[in-house]
Design a protein around this ligand. Structure first.
Ligand code: AMP
Ligand code: MG
Length: 485
């Protein structure tokens, strides 16, 4: 552990500095990062502490003070080196060699009580050699939005980073996509590795297969440990990455989530979702729904997410092919669709109340559901929530009773589809005994919370923050998200 050069009273009592930091990435040597300094801020107001994560760090919630959060993640006292990671990436299809942590750094790495290694990665902590023309800062609204997205996705079962803390830092920022001047923040993200596809793409661009090899060995050692030492460990790694990314894409789709910027610098080597900028949850089922206003050609629209993930995995073969046999990687990638379909089907059936449904018509139900949701433009999340809210064992009795007491009103053009859907749902319910209706009802409730992070909901909590510095609606929203209500 590297502590402050001059330990002081503040640090010796700081819970976060008692953690056992592992210099996993730092030990790779400085071909992969630059040591940087954090910005100094005029203010440090703790706006969010994610106490739900503290047990994972082995910390007692009561023992961690607000001051611990502020001195560690607002003032960055006590630890060195802070590492701005180097990477490149394909952005909207174009290769960009001018990337890297431009407004963040790796603060440290800590092993969770679950045995996994977690990064503390900052966002909005100042300039680095990769800031280009940027100011190195994160807007307060950007921080609020990422905190909310990560927490909502986690609760919906998406394998995602989460935010440990967010601190308002007292600067006025100018942004083209927010009314400006706008307030600033530092957000600290906790995830399993900030190594990206783009980290390898950079090494390939620099023609350093030796550095790629070292990094891949590191990735397997820390994040695919069960493969370590196996004869085909590199091929197995790629195959498992394909599975993880395919399942992640399915998790976004079922959650009704559009990440919005699936550049290869935003694709984690652990297959975990992270970096939430202009994302949106879909209001209705519309494959062409596009969340980023600058995504002119709808490249990263909701419905493209699985194929874009597959494409990113395919492009990732290029930097890996010096180490891993290309034909073996092709064979691995060919399983993408199988993994994707299996996960999507399973998640959608759960949203429909069926944790276990083994019959040919299960696929028909999933297809009919998305077709109905697309044609009717009934609210995507509203539909599933209404199922959970109004579910009754009587739905087994006749199709006309299914969703009878709900607020679902299909548009006239979609009423046939709706009737067909009710007939099929009624039929599948009759595959189960009456005693099993409670389990179905519980599955519906567990998978379909009432609180959904639609854009108007985010705006509704942002307004009191910006107008009267009232944070209560934000805390109330997070409370609802975290309790899945
Ligand atoms: P992102 O859109 O957050 O994935 O970032 C894409 C690239 O732009 C990364 O290299 C970031 O570090 C960099 N970047 C984004 N915003 C800023 C900023 N305000 N200052 C400096 N660099 C930034
Ligand atoms: Mg990014």
């Amino acid at each position: 552990m590297t502590l402050a050069e001059t330990p002081n009273h503040e640090n010796s009592h700081n819970s976060f500095l008692t953690l056992n930091y592992e210099p996993a990435l730092a030990s790779l040597g400085n071909d992969y990062y630059d040591e940087v300094m954090a910005a100094e801020f005029p203010q440090h107001i703790l706006r969010w502490r994610n106490d739900a994560l503290l047990p994972l760090l082995g910390l007692d919630t009561q023992a961690v003070t607000d001051e611990d959060f502020i001195t560690t993640f607002g003032k960055f006292h006590g630890r060195k080196p802070l590492l701005a990671l180097r990477y490149h990436g394909y952005q909207f299809g174009e290769y960009n060699p001018n990337l890297g942590d431009g407004r963040g750094f790796l603060y440290g790495q800590v092993r969770g009580t679950d045995g996994e290694l977690y990064d503390f990665g900052t966002k909005g902590s100042g300039k680095t050699p990769y800031s280009r023309g940027g100011d190195g800062m994160l807007t307060l609204k950007g921080g609020v939005r990422e905190v909310l997205a990560a927490e909502a996705l986690h609760q919906l079962g998406v394998r995602t980073s989460r935010c440990l803390t967010m601190i308002e830092t007292g600067l006025s920022l100018w942004r083209g996509d927010e009314p400006s001047p706008t307030r600033s923040s530092v957000m600290v993200r906790m995830n399993r590795s900030h190594i990206r596809f783009g980290t390898f793409e950079r090494l390939h661009y620099l023609q350093r297969p030796d550095l790629s090899q070292k990094l891949l060995d590191h990735v397997i050692e820390y994040y695919y440990r069960h493969l370590l030492g196996q004869k085909d460990q590199y091929v197995l790694f790629y195959g498992e990455l394909v599975q993880r990314v395919a399942e992640l894409a399915a998790q976004w789709m079922a959650a009704g989530f559009c990440h919005a910027v699936l550049n290869t610098d935003n694709m984690s080597i652990t297959g975990e979702s992270f970096d939430y900028g202009p994302y949106a949850f879909i209001p209705t089922y519309d494959p062409s729904f596009t969340a980023a206003y600058f995504d002119y050609y709808r490249r990263y629209c909701y419905g493209h997410q699985p194929s874009i993930c597959q494409l990113n995995l395919e492009m990732f073969q290029e930097p890996l092919k010096a180490i891993i046999d290309k034909a073996a990687m092709e064979t691995g990638l060919a399983k993408f669709n199988k993994y994707y379909q299996a996960e999507y089907r399973s998640l959608m059936l759960k949203k429909l109340g069926f944790a276990q449904l083994q019959c040919a018509e299960a696929d028909d139900l999933v297809n009919l559901t998305t077709q109905f949701l697309q044609d009717s433009q009934v609210g995507y999340h509203q539909f599933f929530y209404e199922m959970a809210r109004t579910f009754s064992p009587e739905w087994r009795d006749e199709p006309a009773l299914v969703l009878k007491n709900s607020d679902i009103v299909p548009a006239s053009g979609a009423s046939n589809l709706f009737d067909n859907w009710c007939v099929l749902y009624h039929k599948l319910l009759n595959n189960f005994d009456p005693e099993q209706m409670d389990v179905i009802s519980q599955t519906l409730t567990d998978c379909n919370p009432q609180t959904v992070l639609l854009r108007p909901v985010i705006e509704s909590i942002w307004e009191p923050i910006t107008q009267e510095d009232n944070w209560q609606p934000f805390y109330e929203l997070i409370r609802k998200i975290q309790s899945r209500s």
